[in-house]
Design a protein around this ligand. Structure first.
Ligand code: AMP
Length: 583
């Protein structure tokens, strides 16, 4: 099949985006969207859904963060025959982690369709249950190519009933060397099918696949006209998704803002973040599409006049919101495209004032950050999570600023009260000042220890923590990608608040043992101390992850130490420590 690729115009701006209910999706799918709290389709969804619903083959140029998974999952689920208990949809994904994410997304979108089942097929797990799930009539298979080919070699007819094929992150699949596997899979599938290909980039190899295996594909990509962003200082912080609330709380401690608007993607997130901030004493409200118009107006008025300082909103709910007091825009969730980023951050820097825009980026969204930087022609500087010391300094600075005018106030009416209190309490002015300080600072620590204790644990990110997508390659040939799904969590590690940098004179070593092997930091520590004959302080930070662990060891004499530990076993399994080199 060699065909021209026809291109549809770029997707429009946020203002032109419609509503899920106009896209022709199945009512059960619509109900599921409402349940997950999506308010409006993202640009890639607005464009892709009607094409897929109409039966077209499609090439979507979109990276993670644009909502691409729902862009294919929603229309495909709307079109399958739920009554037929046979495999109808195959989604191929480059990594186990992505396959699991896509499978979970399909499950949540199919939550209101009782008879639809989803199975994830990937390496590193037994094949039997996967095969059984397919045989039991799962309609949706989400697979990594390598493992699927293993299944096909035993059961060539496995894909004979497939009607929809999705290649997700096609460029990544090719980079990982899955080209041959893809050919095997194409050949095991009926010609009569609808094929959808998503890829962040469209190199010649991808176009080649499209020409060979897609029929008259429509091409969709998100608009990326150059945008101007004036007078707005921009910064981003890398963070794992499950640490966003903590990151927001810490950043708010150190950012000097008058009023702030925080953007998130779902209604639920507006409520969750607003509740977390309110619990810390911020004057905050949530704004989402469920909030009645009069209530919305009240919130905006309160933000204008200072009764509120923070509003956490979805893009839809924030539309038209124009409050000159806003000094900060906080992109807590990534916008879908650069245009909407520019649109969001334009809420600050109004009336000739300077503004500041903050952006949280999860490891998978790095690429989106690059796109934003390219389109806006500006760097979005990286900032680090403020540590306890920085937070303490900020608190002291604020308290000082707060007290300064009062100290200078010669008209202070409380002189008599001061005399009365010191007499009544039989204390010095200093004692009283300390008591008043204790009262003023109640609920907020003003010592380093105290601030440290207050902070929820956020694991340091390591430089290797590039993607949170788990294993690459699914046949065990490649090492697991560090920083898997819960890569940022530091279960059982020591000193989770220590800075990312290596301790002086130490290097990182890696073992393939992790929590899934029942290993905890104390086991590693014990084994290395005993068998290596080391002093306790010779071992630095230990990070335990699901499928591997990192241990900081002294660089000096490392080879000798690793030699000594050659046959060490932990929990019955070989430790096999190796020096770990970060790229
Ligand atoms: P993806 O680009 O598919 O990896 O999606 C990125 C994130 O956006 C996921 O957490 C989705 O749940 C979320 N998402 C996708 N579409 C929407 C939407 N229309 N509204 C709100 N969130 C969405």
């Amino acid at each position: 099949m060699t065909q021209e690729i026809s291109t549809t115009p770029d997707v429009g701006t946020a203002a032109e985006i419609g509503n899920f209910s106009t896209l022709g999706l199945h009512p059960s799918v619509l109900a599921a969207i409402t349940a997950v709290g999506y308010e409006e389709p993202s640009p890639i969804q607005t464009k892709s859904i009607p094409l897929i619903m109409a039966g077209h083959d499609m090439i979507g140029q979109a990276q993670t963060g644009t909502g691409k998974t729902a862009a294919f999952a929603l229309p495909i689920l709307s079109r399958i025959d739920a009554a037929r208990r046979e495999a109808q949809v195959l989604v191929l994904a480059p990594t186990r982690e992505l396959a699991l994410q896509v499978a979970t997304a399909f499950e949540s979108f199919a939550a209101q369709m009782s008879s639809v089942n989803v199975v994830a097929i990937y390496g590193g797990a037994p094949m039997g249950p996967q095969l059984k799930a397919i045989r039991n009539g799962a309609q949706v298979i989400v697979a990594t190519p390598g493992r699927l080919v293993d299944h096909l070699s035993r059961n060539g007819g496995l894909l004979s009933t497939i009607k929809f094929l999705v290649l997700d992150e096609a460029d990544e699949m090719l980079k990982l060397g899955f080209m041959d596997d893809l050919e095997v899979i194409f050949n095991a599938m009926p010609d009569e099918r609808q094929t959808v290909l998503f890829s962040a980039t469209l190199p010649a190899s991808i176009r080649g696949i499209a020409e060979k295996h897609l029929r008259n594909p429509q091409q969709v990509k998100i608009a990326s006209k150059t945008q101007t962003v004036a007078r707005i200082e921009q910064a981003h912080l890398m963070v794992h998704a499950d640490q966003k609330v903590n990151a927001v709380l810490r950043l708010l401690e150190v950012e000097d803002f008058d009023a702030m608007i925080g953007f998130v993607r779902t209604k639920q997130a507006t409520l969750d973040i607003a509740a977390a901030l309110e619990a810390k004493g911020y004057k905050v409200a949530a704004l989402n599409g469920d909030i009645a118009q009069n209530q919305r107006e009240r919130v905006i008025e309160s933000l204008k006049d200072g009764r509120l300082n923070i509003v956490i909103a979805t893009d839809v709910a924030a539309r038209g919101l124009d409050v000159p007091r806003i000094t900060h825009v906080f992109n807590i969730d990534m916008p879908y495209d650069p245009e909407s980023y520019v649109h969001r951050i334009g809420r600050t820097g109004r009336a000739g004032r300077d503004g500041r825009a903050l952006l949280l980026v999860t490891p998978r969204e790095r690429r989106m950050l690059q796109v934003i930087e390219r389109v806006t022609g500006q760097k979005v500087a990286e900032i680090l999570l403020p540590d306890a010391k920085v937070i303490l300094q900020a608190r002291i600075r604020r308290l000082t600023q707060d007290l300064a005018p009062r100290v200078k106030d010669k008209e202070n009416k409380n002189v008599e009260l001061l005399t009365h209190l010191t007499t009544e309490l039989g204390c010095t002015v200093e004692d009283l000042a300390l008591a008043l300080l204790a009262k003023t600072t109640e609920g907020q620590a003003f010592t380093l220890d105290g601030v440290e204790r207050e902070q929820p644990t956020i694991a340091p990110r390591s430089r290797d923590d590039r993607g949170d997508r788990g294993d690459r390659g699914d046949r065990g040939s490649r090492p697991p990608r560090e920083g898997g799904r819960d890569g940022g969590r530091d279960s059982g590690s020591r000193g989770p608040r220590e800075p990312l940098a290596l301790s002086e004179g130490k290097v990182r070593c890696r073992t393939a043992l992790g929590t899934r092997d029942g290993v905890a930091a104390r086991n590693l520590l014990g084994a290395i101390l005993n068998e290596g004959g080391l002093q306790r302080d010779a071992i630095g930070r230990i990070q335990i992850r699901e499928s591997f662990s990192l241990v900081e060891l002294p660089e000096e004499g490392l080879e000798r130490l690793l030699g000594k530990l050659k046959d060490t076993r932990v929990g019955g399994k070989a430790l096999k420590l190796r020096r770990y080199r970060e790229d």
